[in-house]
Each structure stands twice: as C-alpha cells, then as structure tokens.
Design a protein around this ligand. Structure first.
Ligand code: AHM
Ligand code: MG
Length: 327
C-alpha cells in the first residue's frame, strides 16, 4: 500500500488517463467528499449534540425520519447544488427529484443518493452509511423523473461511505473498486484499499432471519443448506446495508433481502441502494441478482422502486439463485 495518496490526487491521476476529460467529474466528486466529511463529523458527535432521535415525521417510504437523516440529506443537497456539475438530484428521503436552483449553473450529471442508510441504528452507535450513484444526463432544459430511470449498467460512478470504526469511502467508475480511509487528524481520505476484489466464495451470510416465517421455499431451503451443508457459514446481520455489504466485500459472503410474502418486491431501493452496490460488487468480481435476474439490467419504472437483492461473492450468489429458481 502506498501511504499518503489523497483521494483528490488519486482522482486527478485517474483523470489524466483520459485526455478528453474536462475535470467536471473530479469536481463533482470533490464536492461529494466534502459532504461526506461533514456528515462523518456529525455522526461522530452524535450523543454530544442534539442530533439523535426522530424528527417526528415520516418520509416518502413511510419510515421515521431521524434528525441525522435530515441533516445528511440537507448537507448533500447544499454541498452539491451550486458546483455546476449536476443537472438534478434524487434522494431516498425526497419524494420528487431535486432541481438545481435557477441561480446556479447546470452540469452534465445526475446524482442519486441514500443520505444515511441504516438510520434506525444511529441511536445505538452502530455503523451507518451514505450510498451514491452518478448517471450522465443527456437532458437539456427540463429534467424529469424519466431521466433518472436508467438501468444500473449506465452508472458512470457508484460508491458509499461507511461511518464505522473509521470512516471509509469506497467507489468505482468501472475501473476497479478503490477504498479510502478518512484520517481525522489530516482531514483527508487516504488510499487504504486499492483494487478491492471480493473472494469468489465466502463464509458469511447476512439475512434478517426474523422474516423467516414470510420466506418463500427457495430462500428457506437455501439458508437451511448454508446451515447444514458441507461448509460452515457464520450469520452476520448488522441491519445497516452499507456495513453488511462492506464486510462481505472485504471478507467474502452473501447478503440477502429477498422478496418474501410480506415484502413482495423486497425492501431495498433499486436506484439508491441496489444499483450502486451492484455496480461495485461486479467491479470487485462478485455478483448481484434479484434471484431471477441481474440487478444492473433492470429498467426502473419508478424513482423509489424496491427490488429483491441477493449480493456478494459470485459462487454464493449463483448458488442462492439456483435455490431461488428451484423454489
Ligand atoms: P434505510 O435506508 O431506511 O435505512 O433502510 C434500509 C435498511 C438497510 O440498511 C438494511 O439492510 C435494511 O434496511 C434492514 O432492514 P430490516 O430491519 O427489515 O432487516
Ligand atoms: Mg437505505
């Protein structure tokens, strides 16, 4: 590992590899990094400042909005709207797309994000994260929801920030997956995990077993197989997708939030959660599926569409798919 490579330096070096590039993407990403640092600072002070607990109202998904959810959402919008890189944004916390105010220039990209994933864990000091996805915008004047409804294969960049024992940013632009750890003393994200690859098979499975009474036979039989098959698997379920995904990415394993009798389309959101993580996992050599098809091939129909998600080490996901299809 080379020490001391800041994310800015890494991005500039990447940019130089593509002579035609304008630097717009690097600018956009730098603003995103600033937002991540601000959210990280606030997450780390939770408990000391009045940021814990619920705002008392529900979001578009019908879920309680936490104060930190709202803070993270506002921070990203305010940090990103004036840079001139974006055409529009969409957030898991906002019902409609977020326009760029008329006083600011418009750019060529669309940003989609889940500002604070796993927010039900905030109050108990468990890791949470931010997930983002960037699309190129072909639109000219008026941006509409339709511009966001692109399959995951069209993402130009995807990433997440996990606010854990340290704060880490992991991203891909389709040229491998790279991870940076925030050095709080320096205030910079430094390259700590270059070219991350996920083991072909893992030894961890992550699923909410509390839902087992609603599982379809394919899921039930697959989990039974993991428990009683030839190799021993450990169950690990944080309940923060970013944290569960990050652990499995580094160690190998499988995460499932499948369709079941309670959640016919799963729980997780295609545009803000499944697509970005699927882009990352594929770039790292893993796989992501609904059980029936590749996540990245789905053509979205709605902004807040949910999707069943089975994601992780390639051979584990292939096996889960087999059980799903037989079930
Ligand atoms: P959120 O985006 O509102 O935080 O919800 C998504 C979270 C994921 O982080 C996590 O994997 C999942 O919901 C946990 O759901 P459950 O509590 O049903 O197991
Ligand atoms: Mg989420």
């Amino acid at each position: 590992m080379t020490l001391g490579i800041t994310i800015t330096k890494f991005l500039l070096e990447e940019q130089r590899k593509y002579p035609g590039s304008t630097g717009n993407f690097t600018g956009l990403f730098s603003d995103l990094v600033t937002a991540a640092k601000v959210i990280s600072r606030e997450v780390n002070r939770a408990g000391l400042i009045d940021i814990l607990g619920s705002t008392g109202y529900k979001n578009v998904q019908g879920e309680e909005v936490q104060k930190l959810d709202e803070f993270a959402n506002r921070t990203i919008i305010q940090t990103m709207e004036h840079g001139g890189w974006l055409c529009s944004m969409a957030s898991e916390e906002c019902e409609d797309i977020i326009p760029i105010p008329d006083d600011y220039p418009r750019g060529r990209y669309l940003l989609l994000f889940d500002p604070l994933d796993g927010s039900s864990n905030i109050d108990v000091n468990v890791s949470v994260g931010t997930i983002f996805s960037i699309l190129r915008c072909e639109c000219t004047d008026k941006v509409s929801v339709k511009d966001f409804l692109k399959p995951g294969t069209e993402q130009v960049c995807a990433g997440y920030i996990v606010y854990g024992s340290s704060t880490m940013l992991v991203y891909t632009t389709g040229h491998g997956v790279h991870g940076f750890t925030l050095d709080p003393g320096v205030g910079e994200f430094l390259l700590s995990h270059e070219n991350i690859t996920i083991p072909e098979r893992g030894k961890i499975y992550s699923i909410n077993e509390g839902n087992s009474r609603y599982w379809y036979p394919g899921t039930a039989r697959y989990i039974e197989h993991l428990k009683n098959g030839n190799s021993t698997y450990s169950a690990r379920y944080v309940g923060s997708l970013v944290a569960d995904f990050h652990r499995n990415l580094l160690k190998g394993g499988i995460f499932l939030y499948p369709a079941d009798r309670k959640s016919k389309n799963g729980k997780l959101r295609l545009l803000y959660e499944a697509n970005p993580l699927s882009f990352i996992v594929e770039q790292a050599g893993g796989m992501a599926s609904t059980g029936e098809k590749r996540i990245l091939d789905i053509v979205p129909e709605e902004l807040h569409q949910r999707v069943p998600l089975i994601i992780g080490s390639k051979r584990d996901v292939q096996e889960a798919e087999r059980f799903w299809k037989e079930g």
